[in-house]
Design a protein around this ligand. Structure first.
Ligand SMILES: [Zn+2]
Length: 105
């Protein structure tokens, strides 16, 4: 897949690259805050709908679960509306992993 930053940079126009270069050289705090703000938005998106049944998540509910997984530099989160949805997801994940392991033997 290659470096995602390199892939992203290739999609930007020359003027956009100039603006980013200038911001980096000046230690632009606004740019840093924009990046951090967008990261927070993306981190919150997993909280909206159940990763299994796509039902709306009630974050005040005590039956809501969030699973954090993946590499430390690319953590992913999945939120579930109930224990049944979390269990179903994990069982499917286990079956999928077993299928993949079986297919590469
Ligand atoms: Zn659910």
């Amino acid at each position: 897949m290659g470096n995602p930053v390199e892939h992203w940079l290739r999609r930007l126009s020359y003027p956009a690259l100039q603006e980013i270069k200038k911001a980096m050289e000046e230690g632009n705090i606004d740019m840093l805050q924009s990046v951090e703000g967008r990261m927070q938005e993306l981190e919150q998106q997993h909280n909206l709908f159940c990763s299994n049944c796509f039902g709306k998540i009630n974050m005040d509910s005590t039956t809501t679960f969030t699973l954090v997984f993946g590499l430390s530099r690319a953590r992913k989160k999945a939120t579930f509306c109930a224990l049944d949805c979390l269990t179903y997801f994990l069982e499917n994940l286990k079956a999928l992993k077993e299928d993949i392991e079986e297919s590469i033997k």
